[in-house]
Design a binder for this molecule. Structure first.
Ligand SMILES: N[C@@H](CCC(=O)N[C@@H](CS)C(=O)NCC(=O)O)C(=O)O
Length: 220
């Protein structure tokens, strides 16, 4: 069984999408990041950077004590290697490059875009423009990559799963998918996958049953 420390955000949804794809049993432990629960000492033992998502795997491959993992990219890689799924071996190096691209580029830049456009106490045009522009540049990079292939690297993989939840809020990021036709086609394909639908249904149910208030989210 996997314990998933979760809140319905793009980084949290990466992991539910993966787990729904491979049908691993998991138990969601909510961490209300609006109420500061990410700073609870027990959570910090699992996730020292005080951020969701994090997991504890109670059945590591080699047996032994439960393993705690934080950082969504590391979690995806761990789970893909554990299950042998969603990491096509003929494209492994490409999967890793695009996974790191998402973790170091698309996620942080789109996160800053959300922050300066919606949460910052004052509107700073320079910062808003910088991150909207950088998000658009990254959308363009992904669009170009997808011009001659169905998925980011080989078959559907953790590289796609890492990027998809960060494209879901494209309107909040002041982006228009019509400007990125290859990205749009990829987006619609992933959106229609049964596992994606289940993951987002879970996120919606979760939002409806919790004091979720998008406007006070700390980050991203
Ligand atoms: N690089 C981290 C980023 C995680 C992250 O930023 N998580 C946000 C929610 S999406 C969070 O927990 N924020 C809490 C806070 O800012 O204190 C990852 O990909 O796991």
């Amino acid at each position: 069984m996997i314990d998933l420390y979760y809140w319905p955000t793009p980084n949290g949804n990466k992991i539910t999408i993966f787990l729904e794809e491979v049908r691993l049993l998991y138990n969601i432990i909510p961490v209300n990041i609006m109420a500061g629960e990410q700073f609870n000492p027990d959570f910090l033992k699992v996730s020292p950077n005080n951020r969701i998502p994090a997991i504890v795997d109670h059945e590591p491959v080699n047996g032994g004590e439960p393993i705690a993992i934080f950082e969504s990219g590391a979690i995806l890689l761990y789970l893909a290697e554990k299950t042998g799924k969603l990491i096509p071996q003929d494209a492994r190096l490409e999967v890793l490059q695009w996974l790191f691209w998402q973790m170091a580029g698309l996620g942080p830049m789109a996160g800053q875009n959300h922050h300066f456009s919606e949460y910052a106490p004052e509107k700073i045009d320079y910062a808003i423009n910088r991150y909207v522009k950088e998000t658009g540049r990254l959308y363009g990079v992904l669009d170009k990559r997808l011009a001659d292939r169905e998925f980011v690297a080989g078959d559907y993989s953790i590289a796609d799963i890492a990027a998809y939840p960060w494209i879901v809020p494209y309107k909040r990021q002041s982006q228009n998918l019509e400007d990125f036709p290859n990205l749009k086609r990829w987006f619609e394909t992933i959106k229609a996958r049964p596992a994606t639908i289940r993951a987002y249904e879970k996120a919606e149910a979760f939002k409806n049953s919790n004091p979720y208030n998008d406007k006070v989210m700390l980050s991203p």
